[in-house]
Design a protein around this ligand. Structure first.
Ligand SMILES: Nc1ncnc2c1ncn2[C@@H]1O[C@H](COP(=O)(O)OP(=O)(O)OP(=O)(O)O)[C@@H](O)[C@H]1O
Length: 413
């Protein structure tokens, strides 16, 4: 029996739902590209100021994914508020054409839109594409951009955490930096991704362990190095027992410094590593006004804020920081069976997912029907790399069977 492509209903997603920003668009596109379910998104980024619609960074992701999975695009352009994305279901739609280009992908932007949000949009598709050889993705844009994961966060937190849940190691190399602060500049990063060859097994992030190491990464004007190091040493020492417990010799602390080559570029990331290999991170790309000669408060303000933020992540006892929980939703949804991600407690209350995470969970439910519980559990669909999830295979088979029966009915009447 020749395979048939049964037209499927377009899934409508209202873009103002929950967070109502770009995260909704990225997750929706990733899941639609993989499952081949067409989507229509209205009021895109409808909760953002400035009129909403697709920004360059989102447009780039739509266009790249559309090309990769051979999708029909409707309404797609800069500032578009409504798009329809219709991946092909036939043989053509199964071709991941990147292989034809020797596994080399180049994505260029002319503004420092976040490289890592494009990476976030396309990573699930590449990982689950079923491609046998590694894919090198070089993306031009911003490496350090406000309200998005920095290169450092991806390298120090996201990539190790993905390895922990069973994703093949991803290599990340920054060639040059692109900043949204100071004078804007373009940078570029290469990610080398080994796609999954089998389903991603369900994963359990439930054992936080004790903190064994804390790392500080500073990128700032060279003349601020000593000030940062001194402030971090003093403030860290005061809080040491909150990191390592009573036995403070159980952990160590180190600092790296890089010159940002600009008087208005200050970045600080703190990463805590635990005895079970968990990484928790918090950072700040300084985004307040900087006046010449008035810089003395910047370092203490940054150090205090980022230390307090990382301590709050450590003290809830969970296995993910706020941002990591956002990023893991799509992997829980696609994994094979029930995964758990412990988010910890504050007092008697479980730490609730961020609005970004709730949005991602909502999109995953709308497109592939998965549900997340209060404790961070989700039974994923068991998406087979290069193909459909178990449930969808059954659904597609049933649809084929139903349409075959209809054909038989017609011909026999
Ligand atoms: N400091 C940070 N570290 C790591 N990840 C971050 C950080 N700040 C934001 N993120 C992540 O970046 C993403 C931001 O999504 P969001 O929809 O707000 O951005 P966007 O696409 O730029 O859209 P919009 O302009 O509509 O806000 C989320 O996945 C969030 O977890």
């Amino acid at each position: 029996m020749a395979p048939k492509s049964t037209p499927r209903a377009v899934i409508h997603l209202e873009g103002t739902t929950l967070e109502g920003g770009g995260q909704l668009v990225r997750i929706a596109l990733g899941l639609s590209s993989l499952t081949k379910k067409p989507i229509n998104i209205t009021n895109i980024r409808g909760k953002r100021s400035g009129g909403g619609g697709l920004k360059a960074q989102h447009l780039t992701s739509v266009q790249w994914l559309g090309q990769a999975c051979n999708a029909g695009l409707s309404g797609v352009g800069l500032k578009s508020k409504e798009i329809t994305f219709t991946p092909k279901q036939d043989e053509q739609g199964k071709t991941f054409n990147v292989e034809e280009q020797g596994g080399q992908v180049r994505i260029t932007q002319s503004t420092p839109g976040s490289i890592n949000l494009i990476f976030q949009a396309i990573l699930p598709y590449i990982l689950f594409s079923g491609t046998a050889s590694p894919i090198c993705v070089r993306i031009v844009g911003g490496t350090n951009v406000s309200n998005s994961p920095s290169y450092e966060y991806i390298h120090e937190v996201l990539v190790p955490m993905l390895a922990l849940i069973g994703v093949p190691p991803i290599e990340a190399e920054v060639h040059s930096r692109g900043w949204s602060q100071g004078s804007t500049s373009l940078g570029n990063i290469t990610y080398t991704i080994q796609p999954l060859q089998t389903k991603l097994p369900a994963f359990q992030l439930e054992q936080r362990g004790s903190i064994t190491h804390v790392k500080a990464i500073i990128i700032a004007p060279r003349d601020m190095e000593q000030s940062f190091r001194g402030e971090l040493d003093v403030m860290f020492e005061k809080r040491e027992s909150r990191f390592f417990g009573a036995n403070t010799t159980a952990g160590d602390f180190d600092i790296t410094f890089e010159d940002s080559h600009h008087e208005k570029r200050y970045y600080l990331l703190l990463v805590a590593t635990t005895s079970t290999g968990i990484k928790l991170g918090r950072d700040w790309l300084y985004n307040q006004a900087i006046r010449p000669g008035k810089t003395e408060r910047i370092v203490p303000t940054m150090v205090k804020k980022v230390l307090d933020d990382i301590l709050a992540e450590i003290e809830h006892g969970g296995c993910v920081d706020e941002y990591m929980r956002d990023q893991l939703v799509i992997f829980q949804a696609l994994a094979d069976g029930k995964s758990h991600v412990s988010s910890g407690r504050r007092g008697d209350e479980l730490v609730h997912p961020s609005l970004h995470a709730k949005t991602a969970m909502w999109v995953a439910k709308e497109i592939i029907g998965v549900n997340f519980d209060e404790e961070g559990g989700c039974k994923g669909v068991g998406f087979r790399p290069g193909g459909q999830a178990k449930e969808e295979e059954k659904e597609a088979d049933l649809e084929d069977l139903a349409s075959d029966l209809k054909v038989l009915d017609v011909s026999s009447s």
